[in-house]
Design a protein around this ligand. Structure first.
Ligand code: IPE
Ligand code: IPE
Ligand code: MG
Length: 236
């Protein structure tokens, strides 16, 4: 096992393959999402025990609204259940945040997310980010708007806009860039996940596993692979 000091500070996971997992079993796609949600719980708790500092899960993208209505509803239902059970994470000293445009969700969901975020804000264990109605481009647009407002109000000059300032205006502007992105299910793409923060990320794509079959051993394999990479950030 990779020693604590060599772990990536921030890991992102694209939880993909729920639909194919269900199809293989002749089950409706929503059963794949249900199984995937269970695995999400297990991996989040394992990662916290393992000493990861920041973990971001891609739960629902800005593009996923294109799916059939009943599938979208099933995913939102799972999200509601999850929000009701989130106490167990708070007890584990996990700090929970939601990344994305949350304004589209019903008021009770937004309220609950706000409460969870606030109640866990002082926790000193792992920071668990849930990317929901999240798109990397959408996030950058939001940051651009916030900066434009400041320019309009006369508090900021355009020439003072730096990379750091853009980064600070992202949804979790105080967190480190993502170091490692893991995607199971054999798709080799980002699908609009953390596009700003992944400029120098390492990628581990896994062909042999769909998200509902993902285990702590798969996470360990990805951490081991990450440890072997030579990160140069443009230097030598
Ligand atoms: C990921 O699994 C879950 C979400 C995108 C919400 P998919 O539903 O994309 O599963 P596949 O890719 O169709 O197998
Ligand atoms: C990415 O998976 C989004 C999430 C895992 C939440 P998708 O299944 O939506 O990505 P594409 O459509 O295959 O690129
Ligand atoms: Mg998919």
């Amino acid at each position: 096992m990779v020693e604590q000091q060599f772990l990536p500070a921030h890991v992102g996971i694209i939880m993909d393959g729920n639909g194919r997992w269900a199809k293989k079993r002749a089950l409706p796609r929503k059963m794949g999402h249900k199984a995937g949600a269970e695995v999400f719980r297990k991996i989040a708790l394992y990662a916290n025990d393992r000493g990861l500092k920041y973990l971001t899960f891609y739960v629902f993208s800005t593009e996923n609204w294109k799916r059939p209505e009943d599938e979208v509803h099933a995913i939102i239902r799972l999200l509601r259940n999850y929000l009701d059970e989130v106490d167990q994470y708070r007890d584990k000293n996990i700090r929970i945040r939601f990344l994305g445009d949350l304004s589209v969700f019903e008021p009770d969901i937004q309220k609950k997310m706000g409460e969870i975020r606030e109640e866990s804000a002082g926790n000193t264990g792992m920071t668990l980010n849930l990317a929901i109605n999240y798109g990397g481009r959408d996030e950058i647009v939001h940051a651009a708007r916030r900066l434009a407002e400041q320019v309009k109000a006369g508090r900021l000059a355009p020439e003072d806009i730096t990379e750091q300032l853009v980064a600070e205006n992202l949804y979790a502007g105080d967190e480190p860039d993502v170091d490692l992105i893991i995607r199971p299910s054999g798709e080799y793409r980002l699908s609009n996940f953390l596009i700003w923060q992944s400029a120098y990320a390492e990628y581990v794509f896994m062909d042999e596993v769909l998200w509902p079959d993902f285990t702590p051993a798969h996470l360990e394999a990805a951490l081991t692979e990450y440890h072997k990479r030579d990160r140069r950030f443009g230097g030598i």
